[in-house]
Structure formats: C-alpha cells, structure tokens
Design a binder for this molecule. Sequence first.
Ligand SMILES: NC(=O)c1ccc[n+]([C@@H]2O[C@H](COP(=O)([O-])OP(=O)(O)OC[C@H]3O[C@@H](n4cnc5c(N)ncnc54)[C@H](OP(=O)(O)O)[C@@H]3O)[C@@H](O)[C@H]2O)c1
Length: 338
Amino acid sequence: MRTFRFAVAGAGVIAHKFVDGLSALPGAELAGVASHTPGRAEEFVNEYSCLYPRAAVYHSYQELAQDSSIDAVYIANMNTQHAETAMLFLSNKIPVICEKPFALNAGQAKDMIECARAHDTFLMEAMWTRFHPVTRKAADWIRTGKIGEIVSVKANFGMDVLTSLNGRTAAIDKGGGALLDLGVYPISYLSMIFGHPPVEMKSIVSKVSTGVDASFDALLKYGELDRPLSQIHQIAHLSVAMDRTLSQTIEITGTGGVICIHDFWASDSACLTTRASAEVYSPGWIPNGYQYEAQEVMNMVTAGKKESSIMPLSETISIMETLDAMRNQWGLVFSQEK
Ligand SMILES: NC(=O)c1ccc[n+]([C@@H]2O[C@H](COP(=O)([O-])OP(=O)(O)OC[C@H]3O[C@@H](n4cnc5c(N)ncnc54)[C@H](OP(=O)(O)O)[C@@H]3O)[C@@H](O)[C@H]2O)c1
C-alpha cells in the first residue's frame, strides 16, 4: 500500500515534534521539508535520514507547492505567516494542516477557509489536544451525559516560556502573547465542551513591555440552567500565563459528576467521579502525541473529505473570534492589524 506523504513548511521547533510523531504512525512518511532559512531544510532532512531516506529538500514554500506528489503539508511557521502559507498550498490544491493559532485573527481564518473551499481542498487546524485519546474520552463522557449538564469549568495553563523579549512569544509583530500561544488550548477545550462560544466574557490581563499579554485571568459565561429552585450560570474560569508555571489542570463539573484531567493539553489519564462511581481512563501514552492529528489528516484526505468533524472549520473560526474578542478587551492589536 502507498504511504501517505506529509511535507513540512517551516523547519522549526514544533516541526521536529510533528515529524517525531509521524514515526508512531504506520503508513505515513516525511516526504520533504521546505524552509525559507538557508540550510535549515537540509539539516532537518539529514536529521531524519535513517527514518525517511527519500525525504526531499525544498528551498522555498513555492517550490514545495509545485510538488503534486505531496498528500498534505503541515504548516509550522510564525503565527503571522500561517494564513499566507496555507493559502499558497491550498491554491495549488495541496491539503493543509496548520499549527495553532490557526491564524492571527478570525478575518485571516475566514480567508483561509474560503480559499480551501474555492479549491475544494482539505484544511484543518493542528489543535493536537483535540485528537488525543484522553480528550476524545472526556468528550465522549460529556456527550453521553456521564456528568449531567455542565455547570462550571476551571482550567489553568501556564508555562514559563517568556525567556527573553526577543523570542516569538514576546513579539507583537509575530502574533506573540499568552493567549495565542497557550490560551487557545483551554478556549478550544471549552468550545468542545459547550459546543458554542461564550455569551459573555470578563478578563484581566498583565502585559509584557512589548505590548503582548504575559498572562490573563478570565471568566466566561456559556449559558444558564434553569433549576427548580435556582438559576445556574454555566461559567468557566481560566488562568493562563507564559511567564510562570501553573497547574495545567482542567476540572469540568456537571450536575451529576466531575471530570478532572491533569496536563489536559497532552494528558495520559482522566478521572471521572459521579455520585455512584469513580473511573480512571488511562489508555497509555504513545509518544509523542502528534501522530493523532496526523492520523486524522490521513483518514480524512484518503476518504476524500475536505475537513475534520473532530476539529471542524466553523469551530476554528468561532475560537478565533473568541480570541479576537478577548484581545479587543485588552486593546491588543498586532503590528499587521494596524
Ligand atoms: N502544537 C504545539 O504543541 C505547538 C508548540 C509550539 C509551537 N506551536 C506553534 O508552531 C508554530 C511555530 O512555532 P515554533 O516554536 O516551532 O517556532 P520557531 O522554531 O521559532 O520557528 C518556526 C519557523 O518559523 C519561521 N520563522 C521563525 N522566525 C522567523 C523570523 N524572524 N522571520 C521569518 N520567519 C521566521 C521559520 O521558518 P523557515 O524554516 O521557513 O525559515 C522557522 O523555521 C507557531 O505557530 C506556534 O504557535 C505549536
């Protein structure tokens, strides 16, 4: 059987992790790497030459876009470059999986999706958490009513990744900040849990001297439950930071139980507690977790689908709109948006 040929555009840190993940995916191979940085694609391909001896070097994204033997391109460059890069491949009818945040803002996300539809080509946000077995199990517990109706969610996501003012996370001209780097994970998780964006949002931000957000705390309302004796607001509390470590835990409370997941963005287990029982789901963590999103791309593209039902494009737009609305509350405008 023919292998599925993934190529990479943007040969940086995360692209290596994605390709490491491919090695746990039977039937997939690295077909090639494109980089704008001289020497970087060669270096990347050499690093994986034992696993993928046939992988090609492309000296530009344009050169890769001309290769019709590629089954899908994984886009892993700067947040500000995602939209233009994705549309280059889509307009050449090459399926695309694009790193999070999908784009700089919802307007760019809509342009990318319009381009995919105009060229009848597959497009998906690389929100890897969404495809992990533990996330799939939590979604299944919620969908089948194991914890009843959702009452509240508490999520903390903090990593000390702000090591200098010169890196991409601090740069206002590269779409930096905690919201797009880390906050997108719990916000995407909330979208999966509630099935729609928040109806109301309040937040407090702390900024880096460059103008991007270093951390924020937010209260998001998703709806109301009318109970016989009282009214319940369906609320999410988020704490997100890129300048300190936080617990990285999500706790989802329903009228009939609680789901608790440590390291929810890449977890190896989840705990479900109801009045009647307790259950731990621990499927075993298969390194490194990026193969699950790649598997979805393989399945969808091979089946001739143009988008994933696990991470639909309409939901990607809705998540980007939530990010835009939060930035709007903080007056955070990226250089490209001025
Ligand atoms: N899913 C996850 O767990 C995860 C984790 C980390 C990051 N990410 C996302 O992945 C993307 C890349 O992050 P990364 O940490 O891998 O970034 P990175 O290693 O710093 O850079 C990735 C690529 O971006 C381009 N680039 C970097 N700096 C540039 C500059 N100053 N000017 C022009 N192009 C530049 C280069 O592309 P060329 O090779 O073409 O020159 C580089 O190889 C981001 O969108 C980030 O949000 C996802």
